[in-house]
Write a protein that binds this ligand. Structure first.
Ligand SMILES: [Fe+2]
Ligand SMILES: [Fe+2]
Length: 314
């Protein structure tokens, strides 16, 4: 496999596990195409053509120094110039794969957040309400990432001649789908049972060793779970705090997430929604593992770094 094949596989797997379904994602791409075609020549030049093929603009290829067959990959959650130097020092690394966005992917993180409105709609929140609440939050995130030094890691990869790509939302989609199936298969009645079930997953078991295993942030082990929503695993970053009330009205009793801010925690508390935090880097590792399993099947060696805990399911 070449870098482009690995990247295309990530996008394909992301689409296949997307809450919106394959058709839903295709419709989104078709709408973007229609929008592009209606633009003036000048606006067409400024339009990001990647958006016509890739529904996850927080993921991409940032540097191809050598277009060779990939045999060994350094995979991490956060890739900074330090990891790029490590790749060079370790030797024999054909490609570095990051989970969290870098470069243009980081600049366009907010673009994938529309997915969250669809996920909330999937769990019963009217789409107009979810969209209205998310719109505000999406523009807030877009402004927030605008100030970053986006190209720092990309520049390092170019200087050191290291191939670099990232897969963010595709991997988070894989984690969300895995966890959704995992939870749906079990008849979990109480929040404590949900926590115990999550602790069976190797990535969370490993995280427990350093004190960051699954935890209840809102609610208690005796609380009934009610309907469990996997609404905070994928979709860029934290959504709108005002959505908890709408989720509760839609019949959701418990939300499983990767991480939660204090503002969101307070809103969840007043909406009486239980919040189970599975863990951030552990949940990211789960999604990345499901992706790199497919690379390992192709004979590619995976070297984990930067918080990524490797567990193979093949
Ligand atoms: Fe993630
Ligand atoms: Fe993350």
């Amino acid at each position: 496999m070449k870098v482009v094949d690995i990247y295309k596989l990530a996008i394909k797997m992301g689409i296949e596990s997307d809450f919106r379904g394959k058709d839903g994602v295709q419709k989104l791409l078709n709408d973007k195409k229609k929008k592009f075609e209606s633009l003036s020549e000048k606006d067409k030049e400024e339009f990001d053509k990647d958006a016509l093929e890739n529904p996850y603009l927080d993921s991409g290829i940032y540097n191809i120094s050598e277009d060779k067959e990939i045999k060994k990959v350094l995979v991490g959650i956060d890739i900074s110039p330090a990891e790029i130097l490590m790749a060079k020092e370790l030797g024999g690394i054909d490609l570095v794969i990051a989970h969290h966005p870098v470069g243009k992917g980081l600049a366009q993180l907010a673009d994938v957040m529309e997915l969250q409105a669809d996920v909330c709609n999937y769990y019963g929140v009217p789409i107009n309400v979810a969209e209205g609440l998310m719109r505000e939050r999406i523009s807030e995130v877009a402004r927030g990432v605008n100030a970053s030094n986006h190209q720092r890691t990309v520049d390092a990869a170019k200087l050191m001649g290291i191939n670099l790509m990232n897969s963010h939302t595709p991997c988070d989609n894989l984690a969300a789908k895995f966890l959704k199936n995992f939870v749906d298969e079990r008849k979990l009645e109480r929040v404590g049972e949900l926590i115990n079930a999550l602790k069976e997953i190797p990535e969370y078991k490993e995280a427990m060793k350093i004190g960051v295993g699954p935890k209840i942030f809102v609610g208690s082990p005796e609380n009934h779970c009610g309907k469990i929503a996997l609404s905070e695993i994928t979709g860029g970053t934290e959504g709108s705090a005002k959505l908890y009330e709408k989720m509760a009205q839609a019949g959701v009793g418990t939300v499983v997430g990767m991480h939660i801010s204090e503002e969101h925690k307070k809103e969840a508390e007043s909406a009486h929604v239980n919040i189970v935090i599975a863990g951030h880097i552990s949940s990211d590792s789960l999604g990345v593992n499901l992706f790199v399993d497919e690379l390992e099947k192709q004979g590619i060696e995976i070297i984990p770094c930067s918080g990524f805990t490797r567990f193979s399911r093949i």
